[in-house]
Design a protein around this ligand. Structure first.
Ligand code: PSU
Ligand code: MG
Length: 239
């Protein structure tokens, strides 16, 4: 590689690598569904006099639904099997997720990347059924992403986040899969950040304010809101 080519791959005073593809997390990043999960999980836990607090939530955000729910059941000693939990969760899912909204800055960034021809994908811990409940009233918006990988029941993703497999499978499904190093990930959850970094991608983290500072340390860049993102930092076309 010539010196010129080497320099051109590096942007913004060598702080970040230039990227060509973008993968978005979904819950808590594109949609306000983390707040909705908290509501639905607390509804179940309340019947057993238990509190679903952030010390538990932070451990499971991004994980596959069965692993996440089993952790809550064990941690709070709730006498339900996963299937019983799932039944209680599913009975409120459509109502709760029908309130999902796009988070600030999402619409603007996605439209911008789309208009500039940057390939964009979604990699979520969600199941297909939950995805439909969260997105059916935003179907035009979600039709812009390809691929959309739902680790909850995708047979190719054996290990959910924080394992890197979810991001590597998503990457492999781009029309022309790039080098993971040329991919930028957007995440809200510590498990998702670890997954992206371990997949050799750069990760912009937009955490909930209740995420402890030390759990944001692994991210390439931490933002308060997606509205603060400057695409040119990673060699993407500026707004
Ligand atoms: O309060 C919760 N938040 C998040 C999850 C899990 O995390 C996933 C969110 O994934 P992502 O952020 O990767 O879209 C959900 O689908 C669910 O499996 C959960 O169980 N409970
Ligand atoms: Mg998330």
């Amino acid at each position: 590689m010539s010196i010129y080519m080497h320099i051109s791959k590096i942007c913004y005073l060598n702080m970040y690598r230039r990227v060509t593809h973008v993968i978005f997390d979904m819950d808590g990043l594109l949609l306000n569904t983390e707040d909705l999960y908290t509501m639905a999980f607390q509804n179940i836990c309340s019947a057993y006099g238990k509190t679903y607090d952030w010390s538990i939530k932070i451990k499971i955000m991004g994980k596959k639904p069965d692993i996440a729910a089993q952790y809550v059941l064990d941690c709070l000693e709730i006498p339900l099997t996963y299937l019983q939990w799932k039944e209680k969760f599913n009975s409120q899912m459509d109502t709760v997720f029908s309130k999902s909204k796009l988070l600030p800055g999402v619409q603007k960034l996605v439209s911008h990347l789309k208009s500039k021809g940057i390939p964009i994908a979604i990699c979520s811990g969600s199941s297909k059924a939950a995805y439909i409940a969260k997105t059916s009233h935003h179907s035009e918006f979600f039709s812009q992403f390809n691929p959309i990988v739902l680790c909850g029941d995708d047979p190719e993703v054996k290990h959910g986040k924080p394992h890197p497999e979810a991001y590597l499978v998503t990457n492999s499904r781009f029309q022309s899969p790039p080098d993971p190093e040329s991919v930028l990930v957007f995440e809200d959850a510590p498990n998702g950040v670890v997954a992206g970094i371990e997949a050799n991608m750069q990760v912009v983290m937009v955490p909930d304010q209740r995420v402890p500072k030390e759990l944001t340390d692994k991210a390439t860049l931490v933002l308060k809101s997606l509205e603060d993102f400057k695409p040119e930092l990673f060699g993407l076309p500026p707004f």
